[in-house]
Design a binder for this molecule. Structure first.
Ligand SMILES: Cc1ncc(COP(=O)(O)O)c(C=O)c1O
Length: 377
């Protein structure tokens, strides 16, 4: 039960929430979902948005209704939440390693049914483990070869290893090769647009060479997936990827706003995610204290921006687990109990700190959505 439930539908209730509260501005979220779906449709590329950003069944459903072919998931636990909610076309974009996880994955594939769950692989041992576990599945488990794409987080290192792995998959009776994943996490936030475009083009050339090598070895590559918010515009107009898996476009955190905005380019999506806090102490001379600290706001990509509820320039500083220090213009000092809303610097880990989205339209709380896949491994 959420403490703010009683405020749903009450005009002006945005200003009465118990905080810290994670907020979604619904009209902006809907516009972002529609904009990405329309762009993908107009360029003839599939859209399998990444659910690692939102971890929410309600948002996954809205993406599917707008035309997405499925959702991508970073963890098996996220995939479980999505499959159990009946979301089709779930792709697990990280290798699933470990005996119990492999068992859980195959069990989930059984529950999902044919064609509704896929997973990436990057090592022959993992192929063997999956192939053996999938023996009792009743259909061939679809898998994609994961290519490191210059990122070297997961994925095979080169075209030769990709071909070897594809052959190993093809030699099993229980797995089926569906294609390639090539996600460049290191490319997405390059602030200079020209450099980002060149890096994305380089990644596509490498991915195309890997696809060509697998096909030259006599195997079929139906799916080429990858692409985040930072490169969606470039990658969707080239012909290498068959689908995209962007996540952050829904929310547009401040790190992405910085990276994708310059003198001649406005941000391609709107910020829809905010953390609302309350001013809980005003006794210090040079700052006020708000009730949002490192348990409400991700810290890995810098400080949040005070965006709503404060006039004049202000600076947030983390002030422990539950608190933040807000140093502002003395002429516009907020008083006790005032609400200040922040744009987080990194949306995914901020979402993972909360159990609910408070969905607002203007000044009114219109719904509360649970973040079902929060913390799911
Ligand atoms: C494998 C993978 N695909 C897609 C995404 C989504 O990227 P973004 O949030 O930059 O759109 C991520 C994000 O980390 C990812 O790890």
């Amino acid at each position: 039960m959420n403490a703010n439930q009683y405020l749903i539908g009450v005009p002006g209730s945005r200003q009465s929430l118990d905080t810290p509260a994670l907020l979604i501005e619904l009209p902006a979220l809907k516009r972002n979902i529609a904009r990405m779906a329309e762009l993908a449709a107009s360029r003839g590329i599939g859209l399998r948005p990444h659910a690692k950003s939102h971890k929410s069944v309600e948002i996954a459903r809205a993406q599917i209704e707008a035309g997405a072919i499925g959702v991508s998931c970073a963890t098996l636990g996220e995939a479980q939440v999505m499959v159990e909610a009946g979301i089709p076309g779930v792709l697990v974009t990280s290798p699933v390693v470990g005996a119990n996880k492999v068992r859980r994955l195959v069990e989930l594939a059984r529950q999902a049914g044919p064609g509704r769950l896929m997973v990436v692989v990057d090592h022959p041992n993992n192929v063997e483990a999956l192939a053996s576990e999938a023996a009792g599945l009743g259909y061939r488990l679809p898998v994609l070869v994961d290519y490191h794409s210059g990122y070297h987080r997961t994925g095979v290192a080169d075209a030769e290893s990709a071909v070897d792995l594809a052959r190993k998959i093809a030699s099993t009776d229980t797995l089926v090769l569906r294609g390639l994943q090539a996600y460049g996490g290191n490319v997405q936030h390059i602030g200079d647009r020209r450099q980002r475009e060149e890096a994305a083009a380089g990644l596509r050339r490498n991915a195309a060479a890997v696809v060509a090598a697998i096909e030259a070895a006599g195997m079929q590559v139906d799916i080429v997936t990858g692409v985040g918010t930072g490169t969606h515009d470039f990658d969707s107009s080239a012909r290498v990827f068959t689908e995209m898996q962007p996540g952050s476009y829904l929310f547009m955190d401040s790190a992405y706003l910085d990276a994708l905005t310059d003198a001649s380019h406005a941000a391609p999506f709107e910020t829809s995610l905010f953390v609302q806090s309350t001013v809980v102490s005003v006794n210090a001379k040079d700052w006020v204290t708000v009730d949002a600290g490192i348990k409400s706001l991700a810290t890995d990509s810098g400080k949040p921006l005070a965006a709503r509820g404060i006039a004049g320039a202000s600076q947030y500083e983390f002030f422990g687990d539950e608190h933040g220090k807000l140093i502002g213009d003395p002429a516009h000092r907020p008083s006790l109990g005032e609400r200040i809303e922040f744009v987080t610097s990194h949306c995914d880990p901020t979402v993972n700190l909360h159990s609910f989205y408070h969905v607002v339209d203007g000044d009114t709380l219109v719904d509360i959505w649970p973040i079902q896949a929060r913390g799911r491994l």
